[in-house]
Design a protein around this ligand. Structure first.
Ligand SMILES: N[C@@H](CCC[C@H](N)C(=O)O)C(=O)O
Length: 282
């Protein structure tokens, strides 16, 4: 199986052109094995480019634990660059079918080269039933959640995938390895959740650290950055447009007045390779 390794500000992926390559019989196990950083290629997720009946192209995304994610913000920028460079799409702007709906990436081109990608990520769902998060109906906005030995004030929303956003004074002071998994698997989140700790720097900038559902500690989360900006606006902490600084780099996010969230950031190819026998990797 041929693949390319790419990353979007350090959130790294193995991409497979499903127009040419055969889909492995057991995709969750293949994702676990290929994403393994010691026994495989190493990545946060495995991405397939596939034909679509309702959009120009289809993306399937698998986390490093083998679970299928409905959407991935950093992966879709890599996906868009790779699809264009492989000649699977011929337009600068096109539609991508995902389990979270149809997304709209637009390539930023300079001398024919993709320098960045802007993605219309759709509308956030603020209703806690949609996240989903348990509790009485309505929005989960800055509400107390007991986690192990502490209480965090959380804002939960669905932006492609479930997100739990927590504003703190100092993101570096948070023990993400302790609280990340405790919140990901918290009984309040029946389908688990991505976890984001946010330090607001000013009205237009935030610092963010991430614990991802199905992947753990990562250097960035695109859908999470979008969700965090929406949470910041709802909690009167920033304007509708901000730079979000993550351990792997910076994303520009806007929650436009049409209620759609737009994410802009880079996509980088690292190397291409071939796996001789997917089933043998362990
Ligand atoms: N890295 C992502 C999100 C990937 C999916 C997520 N871990 C989930 O299954 O909820 C991003 O950039 O958005």
């Amino acid at each position: 199986m041929k693949f390319v390794k790419m990353h979007g500000i350090g959130n790294d992926f193995i991409l497979v052109n499903g127009f040419k390559e055969q889909m492995p019989p057991n995709i969750p196990l293949t994702a676990q094995n290929l994403c393994d950083r010691h026994f495989g290629i190493g990545a946060d997720g495995l991405v397939f480019l596939l034909p679509s009946e309702k959009a120009d192209i289809r993306m399937r995304y698998f986390n490093s634990d083998g679970s299928e994610g409905e959407m991935c913000g950093n992966a879709i920028r890599c996906f868009a660059k790779y699809a264009f460079e492989e000649g699977l799409v011929h337009k600068e702007s096109f539609t991508v079918e995902t389990l979270a709906g149809v997304m709209l990436p637009r390539l930023v081109l300079q001398d024919g080269k993709v320098t960045a990608v802007t993605v219309n990520m759709g509308k956030p769902s603020l209703d806690r039933d949609k996240v989903p998060m348990s509790g009485s109906a309505g929005q989960a906005l800055n509400e107390p959640l007991r986690v192990l030995d502490t209480v965090f004030y959380v804002t939960a929303l669905l932006l492609g995938v479930p997100h739990c956003v927590i504003f703190v004074d100092d993101v570096e002071g948070i023990d993400l390895g302790k609280y990340g998994p405790a919140i990901e698997y918290h009984p309040a989140f029946p389908r688990k959740t991505n976890v984001h700790f946010i330090e607001v720097l000013n009205e237009h900038e935030m610092k963010m650290r991430v614990w991802e559902r199905g992947a753990g500690l990562t250097l960035a989360c695109g859908t999470g950055a979008c969700a965090s900006l929406v949470a910041a606006v709802l909690n009167n902490k920033t304007g509708r447009k901000a730079k979000i600084h993550l351990p792997g780099g910076t994303l520009d996010i806007e929650w436009a007045l049409n209620n759609h969230v737009y994410m802009t950031g880079p996509a980088q190819t690292v190397f291409a390779g071939e796996v001789k026998d997917v089933s043998l990797i362990k």
